[in-house]
Each structure stands twice: as C-alpha cells, then as structure tokens.
Design a protein around this ligand. Sequence first.
Ligand code: TRP
Length: 455
Amino acid sequence: MTKNDRANFGSKLGVILASAGSAVGLGNIWRFPYETGNHGGAAFILIYLGCVILLGLPIMIAEFLIGRHSQANTAGAYQKLAPGTQWRWVGRMSVLTGFLILSYYSVVAGWTLEYIFEALTNGFAGKSPEQFIASFQSFSSNPWRPILWLVLFLLGTHFIIVKGVEKGIEKSSKIMMPTLFIIILVLVVCAVSLPGAGAGIEFLLKPDFSKVDSDVFLGAMGQAFFSLSLGMGCLCTYASYFNKKTNLTRTALSVGVIDTFIAILAGFIIFPAAFSVGIQPDAGPSLIFITLPNVFQQAFSGIPILAYIFSVMFYVLLALAALTSTISIHEVVTAYLHEEFKMSRTKAARYVTAGCIILGIFSSLSLGVMKGYTLFGLGMFDLLDFLTAKIMLPLGGLLVSIFTGWYLDKKLVWSEITNDGTLKVPVYKLIIFILKYVAPIAISVIFINELGLLK
Ligand code: TRP
C-alpha cells in the first residue's frame, strides 16, 4: 500500500474525538471506580494522576510520533523505523496484547447490553440492593446470556471496522463522544444530590496514605495505561491516520485531559451513589452494575419514569463508550493483519472478531461454570485483566519510551513533535527527558517493587 491511498481522519476534531473515544471507555467508568475502591480512594487517585502526567502523556506523544511517521500498523511501524532489529517484537507483542484485551473487554461491554435490555424492560423497578447484587451474580455466571451479548457487541464493533476509518471510526466517534459527555454530566448532578452522598465525595477527595503499598502503585500505573489506551500501539495505529499538520503534543494533552476528566466524573457518579445505598466501594468489577441501578431507583423513587429514563441513558452511555474503545482495539489487530498479511480489511476483521469471540467465551465462562479452572489463582477473565493491564501495557510503555528516547533518530523525533519546526513546543526537552530517563526508571521501579525485590 502506498502512502497516498492510506486512510486518514478527515478533520482535527475527528482526530481528537476518535483518540478520546478510544481512551474513554469502560476503563474510565467501570475499571477506574473499582480500582479506586479497591485501593482506598483519594490516595490512589493522586498517584494515578501522577502516572497520567509523568508517564501517560509523554508515552502517548511517543506512540503518536511512531505511528504518524511510519504510516503503518503498529507491527509494521517498528519494522519500518527499525528494520531488521528485534524491535519488531514490540509491535507484535502490542498486537497480541490488543487481541487479549479485546476478548475480555468485550465480555464487560456485553454486560452493558444486558443492562440496557433490563433497563428498557423496566427490570430494575422495585428491587432492593441485595436483589441487584444477586441478579448481577446470577447473570454474569449464566453460561448463555453473557455470551450472546458478547457476540452481539463484537459484531457491532466489526460492522463499524469494516466501514473503514473515516466513515466508520471518525463518524461514529463524532456522534457518540458528545452524547456521552452530556449524559455523564446529568448523572453527576443526580448522584451528588443523593442522601448520604457526602461520604462518597469524601472518599474521593480525602487521601489516606496509610493504605498506599506497592500494589497501589502498580494498580495506578496499570490503570493509567489502560485508560489512556497506551502500551499496545492503539494510539500509534490511530496516529498513522493523522495528517502531517496534526499537533501531536496538543492532541495528547486534549486526550489526556478528556480521559482523566471523565474518569473523575465517573467517580463522582459511582461513589456518592455507592455510599448512599450502602454498597462497599471495593465490590470489584461488579461495582457499577450493582450500585447504579439502585441509584436510579432511589434517587427518583417518587417519579418512576425518571428512574427509567436515567437507567436506560446510563447503560446506553456505557455501551457507547465501550464501543468507541473496542473499535480502536479491534483496529490495531485488523490493520496488522490487513497490512502485514495482505488480506482485505473485511477478511482481516473477520479473523479478529471470530478469534475474540472464542477467547471471550472462555473469559465469560470463567466467571460462572468454569470458575474452578484457574492459573496462579486467577480465572481466565481476571488473569487476562491482570496480565494485560498490569504487565503487558506498562512493559509496552517502557519499550516505547526506550525506543523513542534512545533508539530513534533525534531529528526524526524532533521533526514529528514540532511538525518540521513549524510548531513551538516549549516542553520538548522535558518530553525527551521523561522518555529517556523518568519513564523507563519509574516503570521498572514499580515493577521491581511489586515483585518485592526492594524490601
Ligand atoms: N482506554 C479504553 C478504556 O478506558 C480501553 C482501551 C482502548 C485500551 N484501547 C486500548 C486499553 C489500548 C489498553 C490499550 O476503556
């Protein structure tokens, strides 16, 4: 494929919304709250913010420049920029990570469809908090229903992917992202005005550093990579569709700010809500599926129609957020097969969808009938989450920063970040310093610390 017939995002807004669409997803609304809940609240959030600023943004810029310069899928990018070297394994590992993430991420994305269905058929009305917990457990451990939704969700993703970059990815993001933002704002207002919401707000804002241990650092770093879509060539692939005028630093900043803002807003929905209905914030992956239906029932107990509308809205929002993210992960693997194995986009997408359905089925079953099958004490779902978010993504980030900071030609890096010197980037030196020293050292220290070698 030559440079000229390669797809491109059509506008600057399209670039930002598609990248933010990738970043904003279940990571913000589902994973961020329960990781925050498991790791004690405000202190975790502060460390998380540190990871976003110090590691996330510079590594995002690095991924952007690798993608845009090479104009290739993530594996092809390393082959172009470092031909004949072992760096190609970084690209290949990225594709594998993407495939693994997509398969378990789609399971949760599928749950959102079940909850839309429940909300639409008024299935939440009149239930008690205990009943919500019980019905989530019985649903997620059912062998069939979650799989049905998983397949549907992946087919939806597939449909947009085969439509292509501009008509599929860009157009859908332009509609979905603003809608999502509006729904979130409305829900924040509802949640913080619930009785007893204050305790949740305090949990979010008052750090308790006595709970901070090595797990908290690894958790925060993993969450930062996961939420910003970093460490597996996702934004690198999207950047290969950017044009030469895109300001990489500014785009990274916009995406980082939007993503972080939405995660924090999600916190302001979930925790006031959880505390208000008396659900523990460390309920884990089920957190948003058991707290939120309660909130709507309680907040609007006198006005059932509003409870109905808000429940539908919330789960639609969640599904949309998840969709713009599954699209971006799917694209990494599809673009790889399409370009490296010279198969058509449609055929490539079919392989990805089919593979993810198969692996996704096992992830889904691991929460129910296959609960007994574990590796290192973790079922397939938890294992994939741990392996990708806490190991493969930070490792990918580490390698990207070393690649950009040490291996790539300085002139190439400079000309990508400053668009051949036409942009003034006052933080240029800082970015390079972080990529060269801070990121590799910080990520390694967090890894080593977690392994307990520092004690
Ligand atoms: N960032 C998305 C979310 O928060 C998920 C996601 C999309 C992702 N692309 C990724 C995670 C690449 C890791 C790597 O839900």
